[in-house]
Design a protein around this ligand. Sequence first.
Ligand SMILES: [Zn+2]
Length: 450
Amino acid sequence: MSTSTLIQQVTLVNEGQIQVTDILIVGERIREIGSIPAQDEFVVIDGKGKYLLPGVIDGQVHFREPGLTHKADLHSESKAAVAGGVTSFIDMPNTRPNTLNLEFLAEKYQIASQKSLANYGFLLGINGENLDEVLQWDTSGLLAITDDGLYFSGKGNILADRPDMLEKIFSTYKGLIAIHSEKEEIIEKNEEIYREQYGEDVPVKFHPLIRSEQACFEATERAISLAEKHGARLHILHLSTAKETALFRNDIPLSEKKITTEVSVHHLWFTDRDYEKKGTLIKWNPAIKTQQDAEGLLAALLDDRIDLITTDHAPHALEEKLKPYFQSMSGAPLVQHSLVCLLEFFHQGKISLEKITEKMCHNPAILYRIKERGFVREGYFADLVLVDLNHPWTVSKENILYKCGWSPLEGTTFHSQVTHTWVNGQLVFEKGTFHEGAKGKALEVWDLKN
Ligand SMILES: [Zn+2]
């Protein structure tokens, strides 16, 4: 017999509305939303004074399994995810081996089914070697294809740097193509300038001048114009500059857009002023840029030129980060802290709870056509997160759940705390404890006509 859970008198944030209501979960799904009398067999959760959101869907993470499990794995990082209110994630293909064929892709789904507490989806990687093959395969059931974290055979060549390849994909591939967008030739020139001056140990504050605004803007502008020429479905991953936001539109709903984009939490949270204190711990690609960029990205998120928020959660061992500039790995872990970061912006009056829910829960489901998730709706999977907006806590080594054991947010105090997380109707996280029996499920996609 399946468990029934009644969440009583909770403030539900969903589909642009905030209302106090009861929610009944039966088995894996939401049975009813409304005024619901308690029954003896119900597990009752008192939601008074707390906020219930659809579970966060993180559209871009690197959970490092298989092959790089000294940094992270699907069990450790999915635990961190559910503790942060993230009930589903989409993982990138730069694991070892790179996820460049359907067999390796199936293997990742298989590992996740054994180990992940959250629901999972994996993207198929494209690079210079498998492109022709990918274009022949039936990929209609996949979430998307991407080059994120992968490189073409030459030195540091990313897809956005190869107009010939882009033309080929955009003219042939019918599904969603997600790309990392920076022009490598500009970056390489900039690297040489700073290398001449500082050798291998370039101060990290120059990172946003090396991986510059120009490198981002020119790549994004070109990718969009090529995609438009062919009517392709293009998603630009982790936008990092205010200038690029002008390239995206907000006059049509997300479901009708062919060109979409996202912002990652760190590009909203940090600015170039933080390099002095945090050093290579906040070295990301694309780089953290200026205060104006962070403000411009937030403005574009609020007016819907930017469609969703991701983390690009990319853990490395601390010793891989604490190296001179050129050797320090790019990326940092964030999946446990993304929702509380955005709730902190809410406390600061920068964003509403409805907008957070739209950009972190609803829109990833719309953009990746994820079936029956991302919304609190009767009949949908019960992926839910309960938050206490007035429960301050501070990020420290003791409460970090990432396998790598560190966070660029150590020492930060958040006013909000995730108290309960349900995945497929199962209470997997409750006030610091995990119920690990149930595992997450593979994300499924709606047929294209839906
Ligand atoms: Zn990434």
